[in-house]
Design a protein around this ligand. Structure first.
Ligand SMILES: N[C@@H](CCC(=O)N[C@@H](CS)C(=O)NCC(=O)O)C(=O)O
Length: 208
């Protein structure tokens, strides 16, 4: 089986989700660095891989797939792992994926982009997103009070997607102190075989 190729940039949270999923699945992958600052994501060569002009994208043979949530579900189906065991678990994984992109991802990523200087915005924009992130973190903390992982007893793509948001809370200056269940769950995810931090899973340039 030839290696899949992940296209992305190491600072991108959605790219981290795809890279982390591959790493937890024990799947080595080739990597193509997409230079967002140079506008590479809007050039025809890359638009042929991801029509939305965003990272990440995953190539598996002739298949070119975008949207990190869709990539995670594809990998779960392909390898028959981390997608949930029963029909209900599979549906719950999808619920979390839709929820996290609606309520959590951009409310962590935008404050992070502001704090890191990638995005210029008024203080009120930071406050709005970080307030919404805290609302979502309360929901997450409540769910994780009841179970070790988000769906069932084992890690699923729901954990990967949500971890790929909260991993950036520190850089976003969002305090996880009030969410002890989230912190304990992060510790469990970080102990999984194949777990890597974003700086370690995503190369900074092309890799074979
Ligand atoms: N919903 C998409 C979001 C991807 C996304 O926002 N990627 C950012 C980098 S982190 C990007 O490509 N930004 C450039 C742009 O949107 O033009 C996913 O989960 O894959």
């Amino acid at each position: 089986m030839s290696k899949m190729t992940l296209h992305g940039i190491w600072l991108s949270g959605p790219t981290y989700k795809a890279g982390l999923a591959l790493s937890l699945l024990g799947q080595p992958f080739a990597y193509k660095h997409v230079d967002l600052r140079a506008g590479a994501h809007k050039q025809p060569a890359y638009l042929a891989v991801n029509r939305y002009g965003q990272v990440p994208a995953l190539e598996d043979g002739d298949l070119k797939l975008c949207q990190s949530g869709a990539i995670l579900l594809y990998l779960a189906d392909k390898f028959g792992k981390m997608g949930g065991k029963t029909a209900e678990e599979k549906a719950r994984v999808r619920e979390w994926l839709f929820w996290e992109f609606d309520k959590l991802a951009s409310n962590v990523y935008r404050p992070r982009a502001i704090k890191r200087g990638f995005l210029k915005a008024e203080d009120s924009v930071y406050t709005m997103h970080s307030t919404m992130a805290n609302d979502a973190l309360k929901v997450l903390d409540g769910a994780l009070a009841k179970s070790h992982f988000l769906v069932g007893n084992e890690v699923t793509m729901a954990d990967v997607a949500v971890y790929g948001d909260v991993a950036y809370a520190d850089e976003a200056a969002i305090d996880l102190g009030p969410y002890p269940n989230v912190k304990a769950w992060m510790g469990r995810v970080e102990k999984l075989p194949g777990f890597k931090k974003y700086e370690d899973v995503l190369p900074k340039q092309d890799a074979a």
